[in-house]
Ligand binder design. Structure first.
Ligand code: SF4
Length: 388
């Protein structure tokens, strides 16, 4: 099979929060209230006390990529999809404190009742992938498809890791949201309704699912670069493509390379290579297993004692898995340490500050999605929840 290659080295703009640009600021990094130092020995006690004072009024969600110090205070842990479901399943909790990134907190706001308030302890906890698809760019892309007369046969599909604006766009235009565990089912659904798919914003999940699970070829896929006119593609390329992949990627999973897989196999010939589908196509092809964060956790739970695993996903999770499975050898696929820097914005001081603010009757860093965007995004999310 031909290896996929990045066709352009053009840098993709990195915006902070996913809902429009915010040049020159990192709002939310500094808490306006009293923010204890990370080394403050009383922090754990303060977090416990604030949580106890709030009782059932607060529900704390912790994404698998969060630091241990934060996970300790999570009422539930999970991937973005599971956490959104969990938020929706707690209508009695007045406050949802989301220890994750911005697009996840938006989804929680969309799926919870209007009376519930969603808090993101640090507003700078964005997601570089979600920020690679900005609404205006996606609308320009759609206009190009309309002009070519192919928008009517194109179904937009967006990964959960996208802003509420993009989910709203997809909902308005007959599309669906997907996660890394149901991407194939979402694409099946889309191809029953159209001839081609515009896949946002993660090119790798789109390509890996289309080629490795749906039987499409790399030639059926084109890469739409939002920084170029018509995505840098000709009318013929756009018309002939079955998958129009948005040029976005995860800055963590995009780091893993084919050489990493080859190197670990040289070192440990019996190693099982297990990677997330946000990894590059050639990495996924070379791996033994591929699956979502929840799949990775289940695979390690089911693994034989003494087996050896090289894992291509975020380091906080890999480290936690290594600690949870001392009878197995669990290693990070790449030698260089790589946390998700935006996930790591949420730390214990910010969590303590958020909880203490809530105790004091103030709601810090509330994430709200406007009613119109929320309605359309909800449509796209509900279509996903109804997938067979
Ligand atoms: S790991 Fe990747 S996709 Fe997930 S929040 Fe970080 S940058 Fe975004």
């Amino acid at each position: 099979m031909t290896q996929w290659q990045e066709p352009s080295s053009t840098a993709t703009a990195l915006l902070l929060l996913g809902r429009g640009s915010d040049p020159g600021s990192e709002r939310g990094v500094d808490c306006p209230g009293e923010l204890p130092a990370a080394s403050d020995p009383g922090l754990v006690e303060r977090a416990r006390a604030a949580k106890a004072a709030l009782g059932d009024r607060v529900f704390v969600l912790g994404h698998h990529y969060q630091r241990d110090e934060v996970i300790e205070f999570a009422d539930v842990t999970g991937d973005s999809f599971k956490l959104a479901q969990q938020a929706a399943a707690r209508p009695d909790a007045e406050f949802i404190v989301f220890c994750g990134v911005h697009f996840m907190a938006e989804s929680a706001d969309i799926l919870t009742t209007p009376d519930q308030q969603v808090v993101l302890p640090d507003l700078a906890a964005g997601c570089s992938m979600a920020d690679m698809a900005v609404l205006g760019q996606v609308e320009d892309c759609w206009d190009a498809l309309v002009e070519l007369g192919i928008a009517g046969t194109t179904v937009p599909v967006t990964y959960m890791n996208s802003s509420a604006d993009i989910k709203g766009f997809v909902g308005r235009n007959g599309g669906v949201v997907c996660t890394s565990s149901n991407a194939k089912r979402a694409l099946d659904w889309a191809f029953e309704r159209g001839e081609k798919v515009l896949f946002l914003p993660d090119q790798h999940l789109g390509r890996n699912t289309a080629v490795l699970e749906m039987g499409l070829t790399l030639d059926d896929c084109v890469l739409y670069d939002p920084h170029k006119k018509n995505g840098g593609l000709t009318a013929e390329q756009l018309t002939n493509a079955k998958m129009i992949l948005w040029r976005g990627h995860c800055s963590v999973h995009g780091r893993f390379t084919l050489e990493n897989v080859q190197e670990v196999r040289r070192q440990r010939p019996d190693v099982n290579v297990l990677v997330h589908p946000e990894c590059r196509h050639e990495v996924v092809q070379a791996a033994d297993y591929v699956g979502s964060t929840e799949y990775i956790i289940r695979a390690l739970d089911a693994a034989e004692p003494g087996s050896s695993w090289a894992i291509g996903t975020e380091l906080n999770l890999v480290r936690r898995l290594a600690n949870a499975h001392p009878d197995k050898e669990v290693m990070f696929l790449e030698k260089t340490v790589c946390y998700c820097s935006t996930m790591n914005r949420i730390d214990l001081p910010h969590l303590v500050w958020s909880l203490e603010e809530l105790v004091a009757g103030r709601v810090p860093n509330q994430i709200t999605v406007d009613a119109d965007t929320s309605r359309h995004a909800r449509t796209a999310l509900d279509r996903m929840l109804a997938l067979p």
